[in-house]
Structures are given as C-alpha cells and as structure tokens.
Design a protein around this ligand. Structure first.
Ligand code: OXD
Ligand code: MN
Length: 594
C-alpha cells in the first residue's frame, strides 16, 4: 500500500512500475516487522547469509559478483543539459540520448521480481538541512543497507509532506548485473538518478555518493549550501567545550580513521575527547548566527573492512559488532564469523574466501591471495559507534571551526599549514592531490589532482563549484571556518612514513583548533602559515624529535615550483570556467616561491 498521498511521489512510482513491470510493489515503511520478514526472505533465497548470532547479533553477509566490487567511475555520468555544465572532470551524455539508451534496458526488467519503494531522509528527520529521496529497487540487499545508511521509512514521507516535489528520484535495478550494460547516471536538473546492472553498494545505495554528493552538490550551488566529501568530528577540550572540524581526503587516505580517532594518552589524561559526527559526507549551511553548520546526511558507515583492526580503528571495529552487513569479506567457518586482511595476523584455516570458495586460509594467503576483497565493506549503524557524537541527530547540525584538506604526498606538502584566508584556502582545496600507492593499479607515485576530494563526486562543472566555494566565503565573511592542509604521509629517504599518524594526528588537530581560537602564533611561509615546530606537542612520541618536526614542516621550493606547473596544467582544463581569483592565487604563490 502506498505510504503517502503526495501526488508527485505517486505519479513517479506509477511511471517506474509501468516501465519496469514488477510482479508486485512493496512500500518500505521502516517497521521492524517488515524488515525482519525481508531479512528472512533474503536468508531463505541465499541473497544474504546469517552470521554467528551470538558473536555477531543481527549481522548478515553478502557476496557480490566478482565483476561488481567497486564504484565504476568510467560508467558514471552527469547528464546535465549541456556538456559544459558537467565540466571536464565528469563523463557527460545528452540527457535524452542517455534515456533513449537506458529505457530499453529498464523496460520490463523487474518482470517476476518485486519492486521495493524506499522512502528515506538524508539528514535527521525534521532538520531544515535534510532532504528526502525515494529509491525504487529490485534488491532486498539495497533495502537492508538503506535501512542502516539512511533514516528510512514512512517518517521520511512525513518530512516531505503531501505536496512537495522536492525529493530525489532514484531508479535502481540490478538487472542481469551485466558489466557491459552497467550505468550510474545522474540528471541533476531533474533530481533523478538511474542505476542499472550493478548490485555493489557505492553504485546502488543511491542516497550516498549519487544523491548526497553528486545531486546535492548541484542543489547546494543553487540553494546556497554545500555538499562535501568530508568527515565531521568534534574535539572536546578539558573545559567541556567542543569544537568541530570537517576534513576532506581522497579515498584511501584514512577518513574513517581520523573521524573516529582515539587521542594519545597524554591528551586523554588531560580530558580531551574526540566525537564522531560523520565519516564521509557533510552538508553545510549558514545558520541564523552567520556561522556554518554541518550535518552528516547519513545514518551509518559504509566502511572499507581491510586494514580495520583494534589498533588502526577500535571504534569502527566496535561499530561492526552487531546489526551490520558485511560484503565481500572472508568467512571464518570455524565459528561463522568474519575475517579480512589486517584484522589480525591469524587468517582462519577453515575459510570461505570472498568469491565463495572454501579454502585453507593460511595456505591460500601464503600463495599470495586475498581472503577478503580489498574493497570489501561493512555497513554499520552509526549509533553502534562508541564515540558517536551526542549531536549526531541534532537537526541544527554543529558549528564548524575549521576545514582540513589533505592527501598522500611523499615529499611536497608539509605536515600541516593554514591558508592565509578563505580565498587562499579554496585555492589549496582546488589544487589538492594525492600520489598513487602500490595498492591501486597503475604506476606508483603519480600525482592525481582531486580537488576537495570531490573529483568523482561533483555533480556539475568543477569551475562553477570553485566559484560557489568563493561565494560561500563572501556570505560567511569573518565567521567562515579557517582552512588548513595536512599530510600524514611524508616519507624518509627509505620510503618509510615519518609521522606516526592515527591517534597522534590529534596533535595536529590540537594546533588547528588553537589557531581557530587565536591561541597560538604561526610562521608565514610562501605556501601559508605553519606552526612553530615547538608548538606541536610531541610529548610521549619516542621517535619524533623537534628536528623531525622541523623536517616534517620543511617546504622544498624546487618541489613547489614543480607543483605550480602541475596546478597550472590542471587548471588549464577549465578554460574560462576557472575563477579569476584562483588564477591570481596561483600567480601569487609562484611569486612568493621566488
Ligand atoms: C567511498 C569512497 O567509498 O570515497 O567512501 O570511495
Ligand atoms: Mn568517500
């Protein structure tokens, strides 16, 4: 039964039903009763497996096809009216041409299947920053994941109301999971997303990257707010005050780890605490007091499992102990629990690897195989996280003191620096880059520009996106967050990381907050303000001396001159969409370098 009277929703669901021709339509109300019957159905059909319910209560396991294990950037499209509106960093196709291509694929695709209609809210119910989406899908796995990742069910329709047309329409069919006909397509001017022939999370949980970043970034530009690929964390100081930081890093730079950081002993004993508001996406809007407020539009974590362990991210691991869906990790058959590379040094002997083969885990690994897929995931409820912020559900969001950008740079970027002002900060974000690691295919050490970590996620022309950032700075004026850049990944001549990272990154956040509060001075360098080395607290760090800190903060002019060339080449792609202010920033940097 339809769960809303909203004629816009009803009309669209009718159209999607007529197109895909499901055997039946089920509206997802979000009740435990309905969810539990869907879980049972998925277990009975083998779509998901039930894990050890004593050790991992409420946890399920799912395996995707080996051809369907990651986001597919080459098959992801922004179908704005003109190619220029999508810009040089997105795949573009004319909207009507794309529809002509995909309509035959969707025609009757759900015959004999059930179509689930999922209403969901991105952001706390009742928040003026939240937005509603409706996803129709033929996958129970999608329903069960959306339940964890969003505020799902009839309450989302209550938020939408009976007449509004402001909801994002998401059409998903796993179809035949055919990689040749896999498409993830966005129509930003129509608030619409079409996804077909994939069943992997990032391509099918349409609330996440598709809506909360690609569509929302475009909505934000038009409506005066921002959708960013940023974690949100709160730092509680010994006096009980909490300051909030949003940070953007390219994929695989440790966003989830930073979001859930555990401060070093010295900080803990003084009374510092870190609280997680979000690990991947922030929606930001100026509040009545003129400051910028952030909400996390999501309700769970879709995290990469490999590498997650008690040491690297205790809080993430704890989050996965109940009501979690694991995808493409390995199963320890001895007790029907899960295992992945980096969980511990003990691969299970009696294992089922991620593709489903029963193997001797130790031998299998000794032969050089992975038991879990490197992009295997956990979908875990945010409320499981031991350090989840008390403000997580606050409809008003949290006031942001600082933005932090960063990437993986072996030599160029120092441990931390602050931009001279907002415009310079936008320049720093726009020229962000990361060097490829051995973990990814292709050459090692190649610099990939990833502005604001939004390269695969900006739903419109990146030049216009930078212009929007500059405008937001004008709106916020003096109250704008301060902008910083960090690099945890400087290496010595043997290629070893110099900075310990993980919990010790608290030491850098501490300096950042002190700068925001005008509590500490800084040194002016050609690239921005840097800490005085003695202002970085290295108490309790055995391997780091004041000289190491000096080294981590050093700026190699020759490397930065190369960097200027790289940025200029990248900027060249944007033609007259490049804001003049950013061009000026680049010229000024070049002059300062001498
Ligand atoms: C993610 C990503 O999955 O950024 O969050 O790739
Ligand atoms: Mn991400």
């Amino acid at each position: 039964m339809a769960l809303t009277k909203n004629p816009n929703v009803l009309k669209w669901v009718e159209e999607m039903t007529a197109l895909t021709k499901p055997e039946k339509v089920v509206w997802i109300d979000g009740s435990e009763e309905q969810l539990s019957s869907l879980r049972s159905e998925a277990i009975a059909s083998g779509e998901v497996l039930e894990l050890n319910q004593e050790k991992l209560p409420g946890c399920l396991y799912h395996r995707t096809l080996p051809n369907d294990v990651a986001r597919v950037e080459d098959r992801t499209f922004i179908c704005s009216k003109t190619k220029e509106d999508a810009g040089p960093t997105n795949n573009w196709s004319d909207p009507q041409e794309m529809k002509n291509k995909l309509l035959p694929l969707y025609d009757g695709v759900m015959k004999g299947r059930t179509m689930y209609v999922i209403p969901y809210s991105m952001g706390p119910i009742g928040s003026s920053l939240a937005k509603v989406g409706v996803e129709v899908t033929d996958s129970i796995y999608v329903v069960l994941n959306m339940e964890i990742m969003t505020r799902m069910g009839v309450k989302a329709f209550e938020n939408l109301g009976d007449t509004s047309n402001d909801f994002v329409r998401g059409l998903h069919s796993k179809a035949q999971v055919d990689p040749e006909n896999r498409y993830i397509v966005h129509f930003p001017e129509e608030n619409t997303i079409w996804s077909i022939n994939s069943a992997y999370g990032g391509n099918v949980l349409l609330g996440k990257k598709c809506f909360a970043l690609r569509i929302a970034s475009f909505q934000g530009k038009n409506e005066g707010w921002m959708a960013e690929h940023m974690l949100i964390l709160g730092i509680e100081k010994p006096n009980g005050e909490t300051k909030y930081v949003c940070a953007a890093f390219p994929s695989a730079c440790g966003k989830t780890n930073l979001a859930m950081l555990i401060p070093p002993e010295g900080y803990k004993s003084k009374g510092y605490k870190v609280w997680t508001v979000g690990d991947d996406i922030a929606w930001l809007k100026p509040g009545a007091d003129g400051r910028l407020y952030a909400i996390n539009p999501e309700n769970g974590f879709f995290g990469v499992a490999p590498g997650t362990n008690v040491k690297s991210n205790f809080n993430a691991l704890e989050s996965t102990k109940k009501n979690t869906i694991f995808t493409n990790v390995a199963i320890n058959n001895a007790d029907n629990t899960v295992w992945w590379e980096g969980l511990d040094k003990n691969p299970p002997e009696d294992a089922t690897e991620w593709k489903g083969a029963k193997v001797n885990g130790k031998e299998f690994k000794a032969e050089g195989n992975n038991l879990a897929h490197p992009n295997s995931r956990f979908t875990a409820p945010a409320k499981n996280c031991p350090c989840i912020s008390s403000e997580f559900d606050n409809p008003a969001g949290v006031p942001v003191s600082a933005f932090v950008f960063g990437g993986r740079r072996a030599k160029t970027a120092p441990l931390v620096y602050q931009s001279f002002d907002w415009t310079h900060g936008v320049f720093v974000g726009s020229s962000m880059a990361s060097e490829t690691t051995a973990a990814a295919a292709g050459a090692v050490g190649v610099v990939r520009r990833d502005p604001m970590a939004m390269l695969p996620f900006c739903g419109y022309n990146m030049g216009d996106y930078w212009a929007h950032w500059l405008e937001m700075g004008e709106t916020l004026g003096e109250k704008a967050p301060k902008i910083f850049n960090v690099n945890w990944f400087r290496t010595d001549d043997e290629g070893h990381f110099i900075w310990p990272g993980f919990g010790d990154n608290m030491r850098i956040l501490d300096w950042i907050i002190s700068r925001c509060e005008n509590e500490v001075e800084a040194v002016e360098t050609p690239i921005g303000y840097e800490p005085k080395p003695e202002d970085i607290d290295i108490d309790g760090l055995d391997d780091i001396s004041l000289d190491t800190v000096k080294d981590l903060l050093s700026v190699d002019t020759a490397l930065w001159k190369e960097e200027v060339k790289g940025i200029r080449e990248f900027y060249g792609k944007f033609g007259d969409k490049l804001p003049a202010k950013l061009e000026e920033q680049l010229t000024s940097l070049e002059k300062r370098l001498g």
